[in-house]
Structure formats: C-alpha cells, structure tokens
Write a protein that binds this ligand. Structure first.
Ligand SMILES: *[C@@H]1O[C@H](CO)[C@@H](O)[C@H](O)[C@H]1NC(C)=O
Length: 219
C-alpha cells in the first residue's frame, strides 16, 4: 500500500519549492523524465476492467521499465478521517518488451504521458518521495521528443510513502505533517480533490528566493 497526496503549483514558483524541499530534506533532487504508458483491458465476461501503467525513466543511463498497478482507495471511517489517500499499489520491474506482453494479454493503449521534473527521496517519519513534474502528452505514438504540456504553466506535485495495513496511520500522519511545511506554496490533498493554487504562493516564493539570494551571489 501507499499513502498519497497531490497538489498543483505554477511553474514560476517551482524553483522556490525546490529550495524549500532542499532545505527540509537536506538531500539533492533527482531529475525525472518518465515515459508513462497507460493500458486498459476490455472488460468482458468473467473479466473485470483493469488498468496498468508501464513506466520508463528516460533520465537513467540505462532505461528500465516498471509496471505499476494502482488499486482502489481504502474505505471506511478510519480512511475518511485522514487527509491522505491510502491505496494499494503493486510495482515490479519488467523487461522492455512488456508492452508486447500486455498487448497479448488483451491490454490496449489508453493514453501515454511524459512527466518531466524532479524528485526528492528522504526519510521523515516515513520513506517520503516528492515528485514535481510537468505533464506532457505525445503528438505521435511514443514520440517522447515531441511532447507538449497538458496544462501549460502548471506542474503536478505528488507526495507518496510506502505503507502497510499495520502502519498506515503512522505513515499518513508523517505525510500530513510534512505537507504542512509546504502549505505556504501549495495545498496538498487526496488525488481527485481539486484544490487549485494557493493565494500565498507568490509572496512565499519571493521570501524563499530572497533567503537563497546571498548564497548564489559571489562574495
Ligand atoms: C510501513 O510499512 C511499509 C511496508 O511494509 C514499509 O515499507 C514502510 O517502511 C513502513 N513505514 C514505517 C514508517 O514504518
């Protein structure tokens, strides 16, 4: 399982977010350029609809593919109360001919995306991953060089942490308290709950950027 929250930020404030994240986690960012192929199978008799994503990080020296299946959100009173979505998630490395395999199994291309940005991985009460990326669509099949933004000027921020049925409350509260640090720049909530951009973002970005200013100036 994993705990997840999402939000959006205007591209002009992404640099300030990066400075903030760098300050909080004390690690360097990893660049990200992920080709994502979303596949769906045709539900027919005795077969439920399902969706898998094939992901390839094009930033790695040797492109490796991963298959990811996102399950439904956890339900019940406990899940309603927390501000973080808890869902099942299965991820596995696959060989580069996985697309052919899934096609043979009856999965068809639904859409494909290219996510370009960066990620921070760190430990803060849970193994937290923050990704900040622009989401692009391809004009031609698999043409990652000719991708155009889906929402120009807006980037997607996602915070995830691995969890289990034993520790999800602990992980969810670690994720929530981490999100409070980012509150001046962006609002994070369960995926599907749209919250828009934060009105304080511009002012917060200015102050973050000016705090950083002396370090980038030659002495
Ligand atoms: C919660 O459980 C998951 C899955 O076993 C594990 O990866 C993660 O590190 C655990 N997190 C904490 C904070 O114990």
């Amino acid at each position: 399982m994993e705990c997840v929250v999402q939000g959006i930020i205007e591209t002009q404030h992404v640099e300030a977010l990066e400075i903030l994240l760098q300050g909080i986690c004390g690690v360097h960012r990893d660049r990200l350029r992920v080709h994502e192929i979303c596949l769906k199978n045709n539900p027919n008799l005795g077969n439920v609809a399902s969706e898998v994503r094939l992901l390839c990080d094009l930033e790695l020296p040797e492109p490796t593919w991963t298959v990811k299946h996102l399950g439904g959100a956890m339900r019940g009173a406990g899940a309603e109360q927390i501000s973080v979505l808890v869902r099942s998630m299965v991820e596995s490395k696959v060989s580069k001919n996985a697309l052919r395999l899934f096609n043979a199994l009856g999965y068809k291309l639904d859409h494909e995306l290219l996510r370009v940005g960066f990620a921070f991985h760190f430990q803060r009460g849970a193994q937290i991953t923050v990704t900040v990326s622009s989401v692009n669509k391809m004009l031609k099949l698999h043409a990652t060089d000719e991708a155009v933004p889906v929402t120009p000027g807006i980037q997607l921020v996602e915070v995830t942490a691995p969890a289990s049925s034993e520790n999800y409350t602990e992980v969810a509260s670690a994720v929530s308290s981490f999100c409070e640090y980012l509150a001046p720049l962006l609002h994070l909530s369960k995926p599907g709950v749209s919250t828009g951009v934060v009105p304080t973002a511009a002012a917060a970005a200015v102050s973050l950027m000016s705090d950083d200013f002396p370090r980038t100036q030659p002495e």
